[in-house]
Design a protein around this ligand. Structure first.
Ligand code: HEC
Length: 174
């Protein structure tokens, strides 16, 4: 009898522990330079709760990566908002190259890439959250990933399935 009591109490505790540690959309975003928290309720107000944004906040993985429907919009945003400094191929101009994995910040996670774009970094890399909605940031992130020219095996942001077919970007394969 006693044992049963203990057992049920224990499983109650384990349940509570399990629930408490569930990351309920609650990974904190930080500014890549200052380490200060990024407030997701700042910047553009539209498109903060599209299915893709919701999924990203839950999983920290960008659902638009290698999504053929989403890539053209990502490219168009990149060409307008980013290529002046980073080059059309992400090859780097006054801003650093984005098309290989020798990054300055921790960009191998989609969370890290989002933080730099949403909250900005040093020098001319201002926060983009005033110009782009969160959904547009996910689109442009997918295009940055698509421009990657490095070894697909290092493309840890892709799912295993995506990685198995990923081709390093070539200009003519646009
Ligand atoms: C006015 C010029 C300018 C524009 C526009 C700009 N960037 Fe940048 N970007 C920079 C500079 C300069 C840096 C280097 C900042 C640093 O080292 O802190 C940078 C850094 C970055 C980094 C980090 C690179 C690394 O090595 O870690 C990413 C990612 C990035 N930019 C993406 C974007 C995207 C996506 C856009 C468009 C939405 C954009 N940038 C628009 C100038 C720009």
């Amino acid at each position: 009898m006693k044992l049963t009591g203990w057992k049920s109490m224990l499983s109650g505790l384990i349940m509570a522990g399990g629930l408490a540690s569930t990351p309920a959309a609650a990974q904190m975003f930080i500014n890549a330079v200052s380490g200060q928290p990024l407030e997701l309720d700042t910047g553009r107000e539209e498109e903060r709760d599209t299915p893709a944004v919701k999924e990203f906040l839950q999983t920290m993985q960008n659902p638009y990566n290698e999504d053929q429907q989403a890539l053209p919009k990502g490219r168009s945003i990149f060409n307008t908002a980013c290529s002046g400094c980073h080059g059309y191929l992400g090859e780097g101009k006054i801003g650093p190259a984005l098309n290989h994995d020798g990054w300055h910040y921790e960009l191998e996670t989609d969370k890290g890439l989002f933080e730099v774009i949403f909250g900005g970094a040093d020098r001319q890399m201002g926060p983009q959250n005033e110009f782009l909605t969160q959904d547009e940031i996910l689109h442009v992130m997918a295009w940055v990933r698509h421009l990657y020219t490095g070894d697909p095996d290092s493309a840890v942001w892709l799912t295993d399935e995506q990685r198995s077919t990923f081709q390093p970007y070539k200009e003519e394969s646009k």
